[in-house]
Write a protein that binds this ligand. Structure first.
Ligand code: ADP
Length: 482
């Protein structure tokens, strides 16, 4: 795929015509993929039926046996090759992410790089899934980490490419097969990754991508008795339903759900740095980020100063064409998502800060900062998943911690202070899985990621990612004389 704008335009134009032609005979089992920046149809993909799911699980079951029987070094080599093939296609994958998810090209390149890095990291783990020798009386006791079998990964549309890899790479490295269901709106990068896996020499059927509707293909996958574990990233409501279905089969499940993360700015912080970082912490990915720091808590004494600095930082955040390297924020994913965001910000809501957004086609929404009417304000406690943050003042450290924890979520958060003791105290007191001090970064492939409370269950990434895709077997060998 070329990055030349004129070329891209021609491709899109051509697709649009194909689509118009197809529209009259559209198959019920098809999904259209839109470019959220233009609203043009860029592809039509088949939507899997429960029969397709069953066939995919059967193929995966066959492929998994051979894969698990390979020497760990051979699995590692193939996964490294997969990482290398992804590396050769960073530009192509990033361009796809730009078109189907509306992500700015710079971010999309990082996402493709994250897939490559995670495959490499997981490959290393394939050879280090060490069991333990545990001293017991009367014999030799050893543990083994054995693959589960077929793992279902259900991915969301907000970071379609990296999140597809977060479940897939460690699951494969630990000797499992993966059937991945991407979100309805964003199947293209995952489909391409499955092709690249074959190109790298991964066995046929080992990593399959089945686009389809959540309640049809997704539900069929979760229920399928041949699926040994489910990794789900998405909304808390759907996650709870998936967990209930998994209960029936006593199936392990990893859930990465919503968030309403605090960005806590203490008066002793470097206020300039905190204000400069804040826009990215809730506007990156147009706020469609479960780690978004969308509740800005500012200590009373520096509140006015912080808001003065925040306003120009927010309004200068560049919103526009995702393919332009200067763009920092693209559109929302869909019209439905824009409606959802609007429902939190009434037309006449007095925004403390409001940026600009393009007019016309595309699911655009301006960067918006609201001053909360109180800690119970709906916009201050519910996940909006758009470029909207709420600011609240706090009095002291205890008040900051109380406000930070006044939500059912617990995914991430930032703490801005120059006081090391306070940084540690507050980090320990906030009930969230991923905190950063004087930073808003959340995700690194080598560190564990996951939520407290209703933000999820289990951890992905990091040193224990592979073990989460294994059963631990304990074997005791008697050393008594026979
Ligand atoms: P959002 O509300 O942000 O679109 P969802 O939680 O609905 O997020 O979707 C996340 C993923 O879960 C998508 O791949 C979607 O198709 C899938 N999904 C939705 N409903 C179900 C379901 N009942 N069973 C399995 N997967 C589902």
């Amino acid at each position: 795929m070329s990055n030349e704008p004129s070329d891209q335009h021609r491709h899109e134009h051509q697709h649009r015509h194909e689509h118009q032609h197809r529209h009259e005979h559209q198959h019920p089992h098809e999904h259209q993929v839109l470019n959220p920046a233009t609203e043009e149809v860029i592809a039509t993909v088949p939507a899997a039926t429960p029969e397709d799911v069953a066939a995919a699980v059967a193929r995966a079951t066959g492929a998994q046996r051979g894969w698990a029987a390979l020497a760990p070094a051979d699995r590692a080599r193939l996964l490294r090759r997969f990482a290398a093939v992804v590396d050769d296609h960073i530009e192509e994958l990033a361009a796809l992410e730009v078109r189907e998810a509306g992500h700015p090209i710079g971010n999309a390149r990082w996402e493709a790089g994250n897939v490559r890095d995670l495959l490499d990291y997981a490959a290393g783990g394939a050879e280090r899934l060490n069991g333990a020798q545990i001293p017991v009386a009367g014999g030799l006791n050893v543990t083994f980490h054995e693959p589960l079998g077929v793992v279902a990964v259900i991915a969301p549309w907000n970071f379609p490419m990296p999140i597809a890899a977060w479940g897939t790479a460690p699951a494969l490295a630990a000797g499992n097969a993966v059937v991945l269901k991407p979100a309805e709106t964003t199947p293209l990068t995952a489909l391409r990754l499955a092709e690249l896996a074959l190109e790298a020499g991964l066995p046929e059927g080992l990593f399959q991508v089945l686009p389809g509707a959540g309640p049809v293909a997704g539900a069929a996958l979760v229920e399928h008795p041949g699926v040994a574990k489910v990794v789900f990233t998405g909304s808390t409501a759907v996650g709870k339903g998936i967990m209930a279905t998994c209960a029936a089969g006593v199936k392990p499940v990893t859930l990465e759900l919503g968030g309403k993360s605090p960005n806590i700015v203490f008066a002793d912080a470097d206020i300039e740095r905190a204000a400069a970082s804040a826009p990215g912490s809730f506007l990156d990915n147009t706020g469609q980020d479960c780690c978004a720091r969308s509740r800005i808590l500012v200590q009373r004494g520096v509140y006015d100063r912080f808001m003065e600095l925040l306003a120009p930082a927010v309004t200068s955040f560049v919103v526009g064409d995702p393919a332009d390297p200067a763009t920092a924020m693209g559109p929302l994913i869909s019209a439905a998502q824009r409606e959802r965001v609007r429902s939190y910000v009434p037309e006449d809501a007095p925004a403390a800060i409001r940026g600009e957004a393009p007019k016309g086609k595309g699911f655009w929404y301006p960067a918006t900062v609201l001053e909360a009417t109180g800690p119970g304000d709906r916009a201050a406690v519910e996940e909006i998943f758009g470029p909207v943050a709420v600011v609240l003042p706090f009095e002291d450290e205890a008040d900051a911690v109380r406000l930070a924890n006044a939500t059912d979520y617990g995914l991430s958060g930032s703490i801005w202070t120059r006081d090391v003791g306070r940084a540690v105290r507050v980090s320990r007191a906030v009930a969230a899985g991923n905190l950063s001090v004087n930073s808003h970064s959340s995700v690194r492939y080598a560190t564990p990621f996951g939520g407290y409370k209703q933000s999820g269950l289990g951890r992905e990434l990091g040193p224990d990612a592979l073990t989460a895709f294994t059963e631990t077997k304990n074997v005791f060998i008697s050393t008594e004389e026979q």
